[in-house]
Design a protein around this ligand. Structure first.
Ligand SMILES: [Zn+2]
Length: 267
């Protein structure tokens, strides 16, 4: 009897049951095979590496604006991560990201299309929501299951092969979860929760809808990077429109009132 195999299958399914956790905000069940500590540590390492290979923006005004927006959005999320917000000087990259544990990067290429502080708050709200909802961990867990499942189905039940399989499943963490694009489901969820965060933080949620229409116009022959990994912007704008009354109510009762400031860089 291949006791090792039985044990592995048992442990695998046992882990799935134990690893189902509930997402904050939306309350749905998600698969979580990687601990928050592991995930956050991976996020921190990836962030350090990424920043060491990037040109950090020295634009003082822009840095202050991004820090102010970031701090308020992070506070609105109610999650006590060691949040960091960095502006990366790269006018050709229309993108922003958030790594596990609250490490956010905004590329200067995003600023003209964000157009104003509320537009940028919409993007940062979306990124912060990805981190709070532990999307990276869920995506990595799903990937581990896929890889593990495929390997179990195709392996010849030899002990040595089995050892490779475990090693492979464990090694996956370093690559997946940090680099893979999110699913459309995750994107939609981050949009909805991000809209809430920006409104709570005192940024006009109508600007999120305007931003996605601008993103849509930006498409065409050379779509911005942010669009190539994300769903159709016009559909996103329409989906957000449905949640707007709720978001406007949060905005009106927000303790912050700073209005919307246009960025110095024109669109
Ligand atoms: Zn996203």
């Amino acid at each position: 009897m291949r006791f090792g195999l039985f044990l592995a299958v048992f442990l695998t399914f046992g882990t799935f049951i134990m690893a189902c956790s509930t997402t904050p905000e939306t309350g749905r069940q998600q698969l979580n095979l990687v601990s928050d500590d592991q995930m956050n540590q991976m996020g921190e390492e990836a962030y350090k590496q990424l920043l060491s290979e990037s040109k950090i923006s020295k634009n003082r005004e822009l840095n202050e604006q991004v820090q102010a927006i970031g701090r308020r959005i992070a506070k609105a999320s109610g999650i006590d991560y060691n949040w960091e917000f960095t502006v990366i000087d790269d006018p050709k990259t229309v993108n922003a990201f958030c790594l596990p544990g609250g490490k956010v990067g905004v590329y200067t290429g995003l600023i003209p299309i964000a157009e104003n502080t509320a537009g940028l708050a919409a993007v940062i709200g979306h990124e912060v929501a990805h981190a709070v909802l532990r999307h990276s961990s869920e995506r990595m867990s799903q990937e581990m299951v896929t890889q593990f499942g495929l390997a179990v189905a195709s392996m010849s039940f030899g002990d040595s092969k089995y050892r490779d399989l475990i090693a492979g499943a464990m090694g996956i963490g370093a690559v997946y979860g940090i680099t893979l694009p999110f699913s459309r489901y995750h994107e939609a969820e981050a949009d909805q929760v991000g809209l809430e965060y920006m409104a709570k933080a005192g940024y006009d949620p109508q600007e999120a809808i305007a931003l996605w229409y601008r993103m849509g116009e930006e498409g065409g022959s050379r779509p911005p990077e942010f669009l190539s990994t994300h769903p159709d912007p016009v559909k996103r704008a329409k989906d957000l429109q449905k949640k707007l009354p709720e978001a406007l109510a949060l905005y009106r009762t927000s303790p912050y009132k700073s209005g919307t400031q246009k960025f110095a860089v024109g669109h």
